[in-house]
Design a protein around this ligand. Structure first.
Ligand code: ATP
Ligand code: MG
Length: 392
């Protein structure tokens, strides 16, 4: 097996590629079958814009032989992903994910740790209706039995399946459980349940996970349809779902991928992780709380080149002190500068024209009260900082 290495010129940041994704995500998944952006670059290399992060993190973990120093590693990544999906609200072709991965821990407690992180994060962001959905997909020891039982069940129901599911029957029958087409959903409701086929080890893993969530007082749903879109999962899968997003209900998804490190040519090291859909998260947070647009504390209305030259360093100095300041670098009348300040919603305007320069004293106008106060230009930054201190 050839080992997959980083693309030339791409640097791994430690504490991408086609074959990698096909091998790890699975040939017969939606992502690999229809969603990847794959192209040949100028030197004839076949490249894929990464559709997800986990495969690439595993590749780096292997390439740098990190497991040899210490197999237990915890990583996070944040960045854009690319999938050629049908664009709609909450579903984009370039989107962002926040990933967390734990390598080297087989225990269900690691899965629980990740679920807790997600619940905590959403709680802190004020998202109140987020709920973990959990399932177990079994392992290579017990899943084949289930696969056979599912195929037996489907044999007499071909006529009820959508074309995608007819194809999935050959390639990836578990995905049928997850099909959104109403008739497929109805059909799969009667299908045998994976839970009844779990081997003792998978059963214990799933029971322990549930007990730990119960113990922590985390409400969750056991979701028998949660098979997820990537082949590499084993045992635990989970999703955080909300009602805030309409059809796109999953804000984060993840699970255990015990076989992936080995599949990609490494030692037999278990792993588990999640990906948060950053765009969806931002949409939920924006819907749940009113985010005030940033408004400048002070707008500097400098009239003429000399005043502009004098005032420009104040802009940087104020911003550096955390005071939101704005200025228009154009030779405009006081009237149009005031209009601009009003449009930006600036709380105060610092007026400096010829007279103010001559007197070495600017005028600070409070936009709400229209009150004007003289301000010594020598100490203008310090004065403003003093004034805004309580409100900064
Ligand atoms: P879905 O069932 O919504 O297609 P998925 O199983 O393909 O999700 P993952 O690959 O597990 O999703 O990605 C994790 C998270 O990334 C999802 O829960 C979702 O919040 C987000 N996500 C996935 N695809 C997109 C996309 N095209 N645009 C925006 N966010 C996305
Ligand atoms: Mg998807």
């Amino acid at each position: 097996m050839t080992s997959i290495r980083a693309i030339k010129g791409f640097k791994d940041i430690l504490p991408g590629e086609t074959e990698l994704f096909a091998r790890s995500i699975g040939e017969a998944t939606d992502i690999v079958e229809k969603e990847m952006y794959t192209f040949t670059d100028r030197s004839g290399d076949l490249l894929t814009m990464r559709p997800e992060a986990t495969a690439a993190v595993v590749r780096a973990y292997l390439q740098h032989k990190i497991y040899a120093q210490d197999p237990i590693q915890k990583y996070y990544t944040i960045g854009p992903m690319f999938r050629r999906e049908r664009p709609q609200k909450g579903r984009y072709r370039q989107f962002y994910q926040i990933n967390a991965e734990i390598f080297g821990v087989a225990s269900p407690y690691a899965d629980v740790q990740l679920i807790v992180m997600l619940v905590e994060l959403l709680g802190r962001l004020g998202v109140t209706d987020a709920k973990p959905h959990v399932n177990s997909l079994g392992c290579p020891a017990c899943r084949p039995d289930y696969r056979r039982a599912l195929l037996d069940f489907l044999a007499s129901r071909e006529a009820r399946l959508c074309p995608d599911c007819l194809r999935r029957r050959e390639t990836n029958p578990l995905r049928i459980l997850d099909c959104k087409v109403p008739r497929c959903r109805e059909t799969s409701l009667e299908a045998p349940e994976l839970a009844a086929f779990l081997c003792p080890e998978c059963r214990t893993h799933f029971d322990t996970l549930q007990q730990a969530l119960d113990e922590l007082g985390i409400a969750y749903v056991i979701d028998k349809r949660l098979v997820r879109g990537l082949d590499y999962y084993s045992r635990t899968t989970f999703e955080i779902q909300t009602t805030a997003l309409g059809a796109q209900s999953a804000v984060a998804g993840g699970g255990r991928y015990d076989g992936l490190v080995k599949t990609l040519g490494g030692p037999d090291i278990p792993a588990t992780g999640f990906a948060i859909g950053f765009d969806r998260l931002a949409e939920i947070v924006a819907a749940e709380r009113q985010i005030e647009p940033a408004v400048p504390k002070v707008f500097i209305a400098a009239l003429g080149a000399e005043a502009q030259a004098r005032a420009f360093p104040w802009l940087t100095a104020l911003n550096r002190r955390g005071i939101a300041a704005e200025m228009l670098f154009e030779d405009k009348s006081l009237k149009s500068l005031m209009k601009r300040a009003g449009k930006l919603g600036a709380r105060h305007v610092l007026i400096i024209g010829e007279n103010e320069l001559a007197a070495d004293t600017g005028q600070l106008r409070n936009m709400a009260t229209r009150e004007q106060t003289p301000l010594a230009l020598e100490r203008v930054v310090e004065e403003l900082q003093q004034r805004f201190r309580e409100t900064v």
